[in-house]
Write a protein that binds this ligand. Sequence first.
Ligand SMILES: O=C(O)CCC(=O)C(=O)O
Length: 411
Amino acid sequence: MDTGEPEPAGAVVAAAGGEKRAALLRQITEEGGFAFVASAEKAAAGDLRAAEAAREMAWEQLHSGPWRGVEPAWRDAYALACLHVASIRAGDDRRAALRALDMGLIMGGDLLRGELQAAVARVPAYRNGDSNGDGNGIDAERWMEGLSRNRDIADVFKVLPVKSLSCKQIERRTCISLEAFIHDYFLRESPVILSGCIDHWPARTKWKDIKYLERIAGDRTVPAEVGKNYVCNEWRQDLITFSQFLERMWSPDCSANLTYLAQHPLFDQIKELREDIVVPDYCSAGGGELQALNAWFGPDGTVTPLHHDPHHNLFAQVLGRKYIRLYSASISEDLYPHMETMLSNTSQIDLDNIDVKEFPRMEGLEFMDCILEEGDLLYIPPKWWHYVKSLSISFSVSFWWRTPILPSEGS
Ligand SMILES: O=C(O)CCC(=O)C(=O)O
């Protein structure tokens, strides 16, 4: 019943996740987190300082060692504290509330995801015509112009790794049936470009409109990678708003400090953007389950170094163009994987600056490559090595799925 009285801060959280919350606090008590539990109780009664203290304590637990070693209950505890902070801030500072909820979605565990999403939906919408609130949005016409600007081919060659587009090109097919995809490519673990399959996605037109992106996502916090690429020492991740990300991408010195929204499950976080894309039927090949749906959004010149993943990957090029080079999974040893476990799926070879003296087995290796154009889908079989460089502002979406066994492991 709506009495017209404001609900006490924290009541929303307690009501939304009542039993889960109680069980979580019991678990955190067992983990020795008495101070967290005491602060969470006060936060539930509307004490902002206690809510922030609880969030701080959980944050410290998340950063107390390697990410994989973090006790899952502490990730849920972090999400709970974020919910409390947001619930208290929602009335006076919607951006602070939204940031807290996004941090919960990005860093928190799964237990309270539904509650975080429901709370995001309750945060008041933007004021009309003021997408990011500080009035310094990007000029929509210049953005459109930037998107449609294409380098000529001579210019493209200047930025590609040596021998690009001189070997075998990846086969290109138009809208083939699922059966043909399975028979000709999936079972043979053979890459293919599928064109004309995503023309109906709302994203193909909507994401060209910077005002739309700012309105839907401008105030949302996202993790952006900053630096040449993830194997470089100076590389870091910044948690910034989507508007700040767009501005950095658009700034004149963006090439000096590349900012890339890479491998981020943006569509789990921002439901409106999820509605702009459609999972292609090809992802049902092998009867597997979709594992992750990731966004890759960045300026001209981003590089994802040569690496491989364990999943089938259908990679959709929604905006802009990318150069992609693939090496077969069967020649892994000649690609000099890094020794450390964390980077063992990444090659030590920098394709933009190949040192053949250090990596002699690399010379003469066959590869396949392509320029992936707007509207293309690329199938990358599991464990195939891939190197990716954007040739313009680019927004791609990867669909990763696993099958019970790899086609090559079957009978
Ligand atoms: O687009 C990129 O920069 C890299 C994409 C990638 O590595 C992937 O989808 O697995």
